[in-house]
Every structure is written in structure tokens, then in C-alpha cells.
Design a binder for this molecule. Structure first.
Ligand code: NDP
Length: 284
């Protein structure tokens, strides 16, 4: 048996076209969702992400502003720009591409963004809201995973869900979202003992580790749903996930890399930006 491939590219296109349709309607009421993207320095991977975010904005009919700041930008200058954007009526959402250079505190940047414009959902106010289950914005990668499992009618309710990875941007919020949907959630990390046994319990296994091919077929229960969040490069420089592709033969559903969870992330950023615009105009 080979798993059903969960097609994040196709779902992403579908969601973006529904966002565009909604944006066209909002524009008739004089509202255009606007996203400001800030990048400090010239990390090549960050530059690609920022370019893709600008492209997605255009696809969804959004207004966008990009601020490419030199690596020497001071923290005060950056916080000054964020403050200006917090007050800009054209801007519904603000995103500062991480990582920032070492002389700038990442947490200070996150804290400076108005929680109502925090479309990455990294601000402690939004993190807290996710914890209590009453949230406006969800971090984009876990939100994309939930959209994918819904599309394939996979219900986490009562299921053993194992999330490998406990980062603030993926593992922790992913676990909370599965918990809110009544999954029985186990969160694993580098100190977890008997990881292979824990993973084998999973009906839904999410890998967010950052190590190519880390999840091998012997760690997966027959018929499990396997979500691969990892974006790594193998020795040949090819993009690959955290899950060994051979797991396809054991899983019932699985996200490929590339083309699974990855494409959903920026689309969920667009969804959060649309939502921010609606919230700021009292439409929700
Ligand atoms: P982090 O490096 O922040 O977190 C990795 C997590 O994996 C940590 O919690 C770490 O544990 C855990 N881990 C590392 N080694 C092991 C091990 N041997 N056994 C068990 N757990 C382990 O990464 P991110 O969460 O930011 O990203 C994870 C992956 O997802 C990366 O490949 C990244 O590129 C990708 N990614 C993809 C996105 C997308 O758009 N699809 C967006 C964001 C990330 P500990 O906490 O103990 O150190």
C-alpha cells in the first residue's frame, strides 16, 4: 500500500483563490488587506522567503510594502519602523523575517508588533490566546497542517498524535492545535527516551525536527497519517523532509517534501492578513 499524497500545492492554490475572491469583495467596501514585510541583512534563504511572500500578496490582491534594511540597522531603528507600521492604516499585518542579526533581540522585535497586526502569531499575547483556545491568528506552519488534515477529512479527535519537535513556531503550537481538536497529544524533543516507540504509537505523526530522513519506516505504525514539516537539504543539495520517503509505503496519508506542508505556510500568512484586515475594520 502506498500513502495518499497530501497535496499542499493544490490546496494552497485553492485557498489563495478563495482569499482573492474575498479580497475583491472587501475592495468594493474600500478595504484592501496590506502586509508589510521587513528583512534585515541579506540571508539568502530569508530573501527567497520574502520574495515568495510578496508574490503571494500579489496573487491574493493585497497591498504590500517591503523594507529591506541593511545588516547594520540598529534595534532602535527597527523598532521605530515597526511602531510606524503599527500606526499605518494601510497595513493590516506586519512580519519581520527571522532570524535578525545578532545585535537585535528577536523577542524585542516580536514584542514590538501590535498583536492585532501580528500575522505570524509570535507575540506573547497571541501565543497565550492559542494556549487558551480563543485565538485570531495561528502560526502559519501549524495552521497549514490543520488545513491539510481537514482537506483530507482526517479528524484528530481521540487519536494518538505525536509531534516530534517543540519549537515555538512549529512544535508547540502544532501540539496545541491538535489538542484543541481533541487529539491525545505527545510532544517529543531531543531528550525524549524511546522515541521510536513513542512514534510507533501515533495515529497522526508530525515531524518538525530539521533532520533529513529522521523518521524511518520502523518508527511508523501501519496506516498512520504522517505530516512532514521538515525542509532540509540532503548531501546532494536536494530539498528533503524529516521523513524518509520510504514511509510512504507504510502510511495511509503523507505530505511529500516538497509540495506538502511547505506551500501551505505562506498561504496561511495570507489568510491571517485577510483576517487582520477584517478584524481591524470591525467585520469579524
Ligand atoms: P528547531 O530547530 O527550532 O526545532 C527542532 C526541534 O526538533 C527541537 O524541539 C529539537 O529538540 C527537536 N529535535 C532535534 N533533534 C532531535 C532528536 N534527535 N530527537 C528528537 N527531537 C529532536 O526547528 P523548527 O521547529 O524551526 O523547524 C523544524 C523543521 O521544520 C526544519 O526542517 C525547518 O526547516 C522546517 N520548517 C518548515 C516550515 C514550513 O514552511 N514548512 C516553517 C518552519 C520550519 P530540543 O527542543 O530538545 O532541542
Amino acid at each position: 500500500m502506498s500513502a495518499v499524497r497530501m497535496d499542499g500545492k493544490a490546496l494552497s492554490a485553492k485557498v489563495r483563490s478563495s482569499i482573492l475572491a474575498e479580497t475583491e469583495q472587501l475592495k468594493q467596501q474600500g478595504i484592501t488587506p496590506g502586509l508589510a514585510v521587513i528583512i534585515v541583512g541579506n540571508d539568502p534563504a530569508s530573501e527567497i522567503y520574502v520574495r515568495n511572500k510578496e508574490k503571494a500578496c500579489a496573487e491574493c490582491g493585497f497591498y504590500s510594502e517591503k523594507y529591506a534594511l541593511p545588516a547594520e540597522t540598529s534595534q532602535d531603528e527597527l523598532l521605530g519602523l515597526i511602531d510606524q507600521l503599527n500606526h499605518s492604516p494601510q497595513i493590516s499585518g506586519i512580519l519581520c523575517q527571522l532570524p535578525v542579526p545578532d545585535h537585535i533581540s528577536e523577542q524585542a522585535v516580536i514584542n514590538a508588533i501590535d498583536p492585532k497586526k501580528d500575522v505570524d502569531a509570535f507575540h506573547p499575547v497571541n501565543v497565550g490566546k492559542i494556549m487558551v483556545g480563543n485565538f485570531d491568528f495561528v502560526p502559519c506552519t501549524p495552521a497549514g497542517v490543520m488545513e491539510l488534515i481537514d482537506e483530507y477529512q482526517i479528524d484528530p479527535k481521540g487519536k494518538e498524535c505525536v509531534v516530534v519537535g517543540r519549537s515555538n513556531i512549529v512544535g508547540k503550537p502544532m501540539s496545541m492545535l491538535l489538542l484543541h481538536r481533541h487529539g491525545t497529544v505527545t510532544m517529543c524533543h531531543s531528550r525524549t527516551q524511546h522515541l521510536d516507540e513513542v512514534c510507533r504509537r501515533a495515529d497522526i505523526l508530525v515531524a518538525a525536527v530539521g533532520k533529513a530522513g529522521f523518521i524511518t519506516p520502523d518508527m511508523v505504525k501501519d496506516g498512520a497519517v504522517v505530516i512532514d514539516v521538515g525542509i532540509n537539504r540532503n548531501a546532494a543539495g536536494k530539498v528533503c523532509g524529516d521523513v524518509d520517503p520510504a514511509v510512504m509505503e507504510k502510511a495511509s496519508f503523507m505530505t511529500p517534501v516538497p509540495g506538502g506542508a511547505g506551500p501551505m505556510t505562506i498561504t496561511m500568512l495570507m489568510k491571517n492578513t485577510l483576517k487582520a484586515a477584517k478584524l481591524q475594520h470591525g467585520l469579524l
